[in-house]
Design a protein around this ligand. Structure first.
Ligand SMILES: NC(=O)C1=CN([C@@H]2O[C@H](COP(=O)(O)OP(=O)(O)OC[C@H]3O[C@@H](n4cnc5c(N)ncnc54)[C@H](O)[C@@H]3O)[C@@H](O)[C@H]2O)C=CC1
Ligand SMILES: O=C(O)[C@@H]1CCC=N1
Length: 258
């Protein structure tokens, strides 16, 4: 497939790198106004351009990884030269209806919410589209399946997906950082503490995905009666561990909904 990514920033670059490594048979173009900092992508076989319309007529999928306030400017550039294209937007808060109105009936809007782990083929990319665009959306679904998981969700959950799956990357990293900081306090250098914390989180996630059971069932296998794990967990909960995460996620959601 010919994939045209507009907005070579944090997310656009992560997707381009991920596609170049984990998805076969694609030709990838990434655009941004100032290309100097992403020219290195050409070594991965990715075309880099400052022209948003660069060979865009040949694209099978146009992916928007730009900020919400950049959308109208970009569409004004590309719409005069495209027709019958799938435009997959990762722009947070931009509804399918709004995007479809902007791009007209001649093109098809798909909403995607990847995260930066796309770069490592480990994103949880939620995808939504209107029923009439189901067929046309399948290429996008296939592409993001190569970059991790790609569940199709109801659009009304897209803001929730943004917070859980995209912002969620930062939340998980903050857990790892805190764990690392504790690791330093109890005797490790930061590199060793970080390596142990990250691997432990990876292991926990792998168990959940493999066994598909409730986390508490696995936690029960770790918490020896009168042991150190339950003592630590109870102390964390006393200080609002779970409730602070839940409150943070709900606050993020409020921020998107405005
Ligand atoms: N960073 C993340 O983890 C995620 C971001 N998103 C959404 O993706 C979008 C992009 O986010 P980031 O990558 O973090 O932002 P970013 O600021 O890193 O990337 C945006 C890129 O677009 C480029 N750009 C600006 N105007 C342009 C134009 N007229 N033509 C071409 N390129 C232009 C900028 O130079 C920049 O490189 C946002 O809407 C964000 O909400 C969604 C999921 C995850
Ligand atoms: O923080 C943000 O607004 C964007 C959307 C999700 C991840 N980054």
């Amino acid at each position: 497939m010919k994939v045209h990514i507009i907005g070579g920033g944090n997310l656009g670059v992560a997707i381009a790198k991920g596609l170049s490594k984990f998805s076969q048979g694609n030709q990838i173009t990434v655009t941004r106004r100032n290309t100097a900092s992403i020219l290195y992508l050409e070594q991965l076989g990715v075309t880099v351009s400052s022209d948003n319309t660069h060979q865009i007529q040949e694209a099978d999928i146009i992916i928007l990884t730009i900020k919400p306030y950049q959308v109208d400017t970009v569409l004004a550039e590309i719409l005069p030269v495209i027709s019958n294209k799938v435009i997959a937007s990762a722009v947070s808060g931009l509804s399918i209806e709004n995007l479809q109105n902007k791009i007209g009936d001649g093109n098809s809007a798909v909403r995607i919410m990847p995260n930066i782990a796309s770069q490592f083929g480990a994103s949880a990319t939620c995808i939504a589209f209107h029923e009439k665009n189901k067929e046309k959306a399948q290429n996008t679904v296939a592409l993001f399946k190569d970059l991790g998981t790609a569940p199709i969700i109801d659009e009304k959950l897209m803001d929730a997906a943004t917070v859980l799956a995209a912002s969620g990357t930062a939340f998980a990293l903050r857990y790892i950082r805190a764990s690392m900081q504790a690791g330093i306090e109890i005797g490790f250098d930061w590199q060793t503490a970080l390596a142990i914390s990250a691997q432990t989180v990876k292991g926990a996630a792998e168990m959940i995905m493999e066994e598909q059971i409730h986390p508490e069932q696995l936690i029960d296998r770790v918490t020896t009666p009168q042991g150190c794990t339950i003592a630590g967990l109870n102390e964390m909960e006393m200080h609002g561990f779970s409730s602070s995460l839940i409150r943070g996620i709900k606050t993020s959601l409020k921020q998107i909904k405005g």
